[in-house]
Design a binder for this molecule. Structure first.
Ligand code: PLP
Length: 405
């Protein structure tokens, strides 16, 4: 697919219509075969040796995943992609790819999804990888950390989970490159509609496909999109570890991605309206949303995110609230689904201290700015008036306890 066409067009067309026998299916079918047959051993040998295009064994590659990978690589302007069975497996293999033949040291944003923090602290660090967390939105701090740690990898999220901080990917990628480090960016919250980190100098981009890209809450998956330099290592590691996505999940993800750009536009618009409304509510102590002119990264947001597209997540703090008030508020929701995940067509609310950041110690959580009154709302594509009405009635029900707290 030509790179000239726009993201909305790529999302609908890229990856499809590969010849399958005498037919060309208009959309990519689900290929469930675990292995592939050739008329003679010589041809299979060439396919195994990657001298001829084709598929040999589904852990290596299969046509459903290949279509999804081509789609995601197109959307992110990458050289190639690897479809994984979850966002976490994608982050894991992206970090291992980045650290192959490099110093076993990571400089990571201190604002990251909780399981990514766990992966760094509880899996990679015990295996000998040095990990240093930094305020990724302060370029002086990042510069000092990169100079001192000389890392093999720098890791950040485009829009951080859950506080929606936005770092200067392009400047940080330049620092990483100068230090010989690879730059890995988790672009889950932004999607390729808002940002394309490879264009800004990143080497590997990761998504939890489970979220905005698939968008319907019916598939768990991840993707790593790679530049040219890292693609062979990524593929080789994947052939050995086997974190691959199943073909049915590939089909669901691809079907979802066709509409991601229009969904995302609607979610961004709805989220702007919800954030503005929340900011006027007396029961709300603080609203985190990238459109806010007082956002700590407002200048970066103006420079790097497109006008009017600030993501579909709004994070806010209930005034003086602790766990029981937050539970009362979330129990009172009638339309917004209080469940774990984000980016779906339906609005969802999550309590980070209990779920996404549960495994992180309370002290570490406090340092990250994740208080006991903080909730994360993923705004769906519903009529925004209905989402606001639901928030209003739930806030009213939680209000007496909130006032007396
Ligand atoms: C920013 C971000 N990255 C990665 C993940 C992990 O994705 P998955 O649950 O598909 O493994 C999540 C999950 O919430 C996330 O929010």
């Amino acid at each position: 697919m030509e790179k000239k066409v726009k993201t909305h067009t790529q999302a609908v067309h890229a990856g499809d219509r590969k010849k399958s026998g005498r037919h060309i299916p208009v959309t990519t079918p689900i290929h469930t075969a675990a292995s592939f047959f050739y008329e003679n051993m010589e041809q299979l040998d060439r396919v195994f040796g990657r001298e001829e295009p084709g598929f040999s064994y589904a852990r290596y590659d299969n046509p459903s995943n290949a279509a999804l990978e081509e789609l995601c690589a197109t959307l992110e302007n990458g050289h190639g992609a690897l479809a994984c069975c979850s966002g976490m497996s994608a982050i894991h293999i992206a970090l291992l790819t980045a650290l192959t033949d490099r110093r076993k040291s990571v400089v990571a944003a201190d604002a990251l999804y909780g399981a990514t923090v766990n992966l760094l602290l509880n899996v990679l660090e015990p295996m000998g990888v040095a990990v240093r967390f930094v305020d990724i939105c302060d370029l002086d701090i990042v510069e000092r950390a990169v100079r001192e740690a000389v890392p093999g990898c720098v890791l950040m999220e485009t829009i951080s989970n859950p506080l929606l901080r936005v770092g200067q990917i392009d400047c940080i990628a330049a620092m990483a490159k100068a230090a010989g480090a690879a730059m890995v960016v988790d672009n889950t919250f932004a999607t390729p509609l808002l940002a394309k980190p490879l264009d800004l100098g990143a080497n590997l981009v990761v998504h939890s496909l489970t979220k905005f890209l698939s968008g319907h809450g019916d598939v768990l998956g991840g993707i790593v999109v790679s530049d040219t330099a890292h693609f062979d290592t990524l593929r080789t590691l994947s052939r050995t570890f086997g974190p691959v996505l199943g073909p049915f999940e590939s089909y669901l993800a691809m079907r979802g991605i066709k509409t991601f750009a229009v969904r995302m536009e609607r979610q961004c618009t709805n989220a702007c309206r919800v954030a503005s409304w929340l900011a006027t509510q007396p029961g709300i102590a603080r609203v985190h949303f990238p459109a806010d002119p007082a956002h700590p990264d407002a200048a970066t947001i103006r420079r790097l995110l497109p006008d009017g597209l600030y993501g579909g997540i709004v994070t806010f703090e209930l005034k003086n609230a602790k766990r029981d008030q937050v539970f009362r508020f979330m129990n009172a929701l009638r339309l917004i689904v209080p469940a774990t995940s984000l980016g779906d067509v339906h609005s969802m609310m999550l309590y980070p201290a209990m779920s996404s950041h549960r495994e992180i110690s309370p002290k570490h959580r406090e340092r990250m700015g994740i208080s006991d009154g903080l909730v994360r709302l993923s705004v769906g594509i519903e009529a925004v008036e209905d989402v606001i009405a639901d928030l209003a009635q739930a806030l009213a029900k939680a209000a007496p306890a909130t006032r007396h707290a």
